[in-house]
Structure formats: C-alpha cells, structure tokens
Design a protein around this ligand. Structure first.
Ligand SMILES: Nc1ncnc2c1ncn2[C@@H]1O[C@H](COP(=O)(O)OP(=O)(O)OP(=O)(O)O)[C@@H](O)[C@H]1O
Length: 287
C-alpha cells in the first residue's frame, strides 16, 4: 500500500501543527528569538553507500521548522549526498543505498511505502547543476503549478511572475518568457531552477550551492529571498561560502569525511565551535 504523506495519519501538517517527535524544541538560534521552533525533519542514524563505498555514517540531528540550516564541510564530505537523501534521489539509482530514518513531521520519508512524488512536492530541491527543462522560461516555472493546482491563467501568470521575482530573475526575463530556458546563461538557469522549485511552495526547500554561479548582486537578492521564505518554508542549504552560512543560517551542521562533526546554532558554531576539526575548517586550516 502506498503511504501518501499528504493524507497520512498526521495529515498535511503544514507548519502550524508541525510534529516534534522527541519533544525537542530548537534552542534559541539568534539573539532576540523567543519562541522555540518545532522539529521539521528529524535525521536519525542516516548512513549512505554508493555501491560498497560508504559516503555517510550514522548522521543524526534535527532541522527546525521555519529556520535555515546550512550544511558545510570540505569538498567530498557528503553534503550533497545528505541533501539528496531528504528527497529520495537515491531511489533513481540501483547502487545507492540509504539507511536510518528521516522523519518529516514525525513520519519516516525513507519508508518504502512513501509516495515519492508526493514527498518531492513537500520537499523541493534545487540541484547544484542547473537542469532547466527543454521548454520555455514560463513553462519551466508553470509546469509544477499546472500539475498540482487548478489556477486560472491570471493566477498562473501571477505565480510565475512572483516566483521569478523572488529568484531575482524577473527583470532579466520578463520580455522573454516564451524563449527557451536553454538560451539562458548558467547563472540565469540556476535562478530559473530556484523559481521552479519555489513556485509550488514546498514545505521544505533544499538548496545545493544556490549562489555558486551568481554575481554578488544576485547572491544578495537570493539571500533576501531565503530570509523571506522562512516565514512559509524550512530551508536547508549546502554552501562552501562560510560568510554566507554565518549570514543566513540559523543552524549549521559541519560534516567531515561523511560524519557529522558538529551541529549547533550558527552564532555558536562560527564564534565558539566545540570541536577542534570545526575550528580548523572555519579558520581555513582544513579543506
Ligand atoms: N555517483 C557517485 N558514485 C560514487 N561515489 C560518489 C558519487 N557521488 C558522490 N560520490 C562520493 O561520495 C562522497 C560525497 O560526495 P558529495 O557530492 O556528497 O560531497 P560534497 O560534500 O557535496 O562535495 P562538494 O562540496 O565537492 O560538492 C565523495 O567521496 C564522492 O566522491
């Protein structure tokens, strides 16, 4: 039997009644925050193998609702692999094996009976390498909306424009909406893929180096959007830019050689890391 997360035992929880299976509320992440956040994704003992090559070992931590969590660490430490676990990308490859649990509002998204298409509507992902569909700029953003919602043309146009504005792309493409998405530059394609993911309002948004191909102005705009999106979504971002992690992430997880070395508030991690390896990494002595 398929287990549709939207109509599962907890229903589509949204954010107001997000489930905290451990009763663990987030510690205050930033000065001035008073209300603790519920856990949105609870990562429990997650391991990952490419064939017989291990890539993640016994990863456990919590991702809090309506917060930004950054995954940092040297190249090859498993950041993208962990992000891909959260929307079951390994399902597409026979030789990729995940173990452990990832609870979304208390329900294990790694359970074999979970409807993966429904899951990916709830947990959207923007991959490191932009992958626009070979269709128009407009249709790239509209496609998910047409599949998931019944909108009038006016509503659809508005949602497409809103997503493109949030992705800091509207001003560059507003007169070219019927042009092929493949005619855009790499940085524009990256922002288009961000717009495509944001358009359907996923509960969790996974961003794999979303600013890697962007100039400083576009990067600043995307960081503002990430801050705005926190009111409606939970965000997980992979970044090599430690200043960016410190600026926009409420929490940071430091991975090294497939292990979670340290997890905590970004304020604590970047000012007083507990682990010597974290300190070595953030001070530029490792990686
Ligand atoms: N398709 C694959 N087949 C085999 N090994 C892989 C595959 N993809 C990644 N790996 C390995 O898994 C490990 C983790 O890779 P991953 O891409 O998750 O690292 P990362 O921290 O995101 O790196 P980067 O910062 O360079 O993007 C690395 O050792 C990598 O070589």
């Amino acid at each position: 039997m398929r287990h549709d997360l939207k109509s599962g035992p907890l229903g589509k929880t949204g954010l107001s009644n997000a489930f905290d299976p451990n009763g663990l509320a987030a510690p205050t992440a930033r000065l001035g925050e008073s209300a603790p956040a519920p856990v949105k994704l609870d990562v429990r003992h997650v391991g990952f193998r490419f064939g017989d090559k291990p890539a993640l070992h016994d990863i456990s931590f919590s991702i809090y609702a309506n917060r930004v969590t950054a995954l940092i660490g040297p190249s090859g430490c498993g950041k993208s692999t962990l992000l891909r676990v959260f929307n079951r990308m390994a399902d597409l490859y026979e030789d990729q094996h995940v173990e452990g649990q990832v609870l979304l509002d208390g329900e294990d998204i790694l359970a074999p009976e979970v409807d993966v298409l429904t899951l990916r509507r709830r947990i959207g992902m923007v991959t490191q390498k932009p992958s626009p569909f070979p269709m128009s700029i407009y249709d790239n953003v509209a496609i998910g909306l047409r599949l998931n919602e019944e909108l009038t043309k006016v509503q659809l146009d508005q949602r497409v424009e809103d997503a493109l504005r949030r992705a800091a792309l509207w001003e560059e493409v507003s007169g070219l909406l019927d042009h092929s998405a493949l005619s855009l530059s790499g940085g524009q394609q990256q922002r288009l893929c961000l717009a495509r993911t944001m358009a359907v309002h996923p509960e969790v948004i996974l961003l794999d180096e979303p600013c890697s191909a962007l100039d400083p102005i576009s990067t600043a705009r995307i960081e503002e959007t990430i801050e705005e999106l926190k009111s409606v979504s939970t965000l997980v971002i992979v970044t090599h830019n430690l200043q960016q992690a410190a600026r926009i992430a409420d929490y940071t997880a430091f991975l090294y050689l497939g292990e979670l070395i340290e997890f905590g508030s970004s304020a604590q991690m970047f000012s007083a890391p507990r682990e010597a390896r974290t300190l070595a990494y953030i001070s530029g002595r490792m990686g």
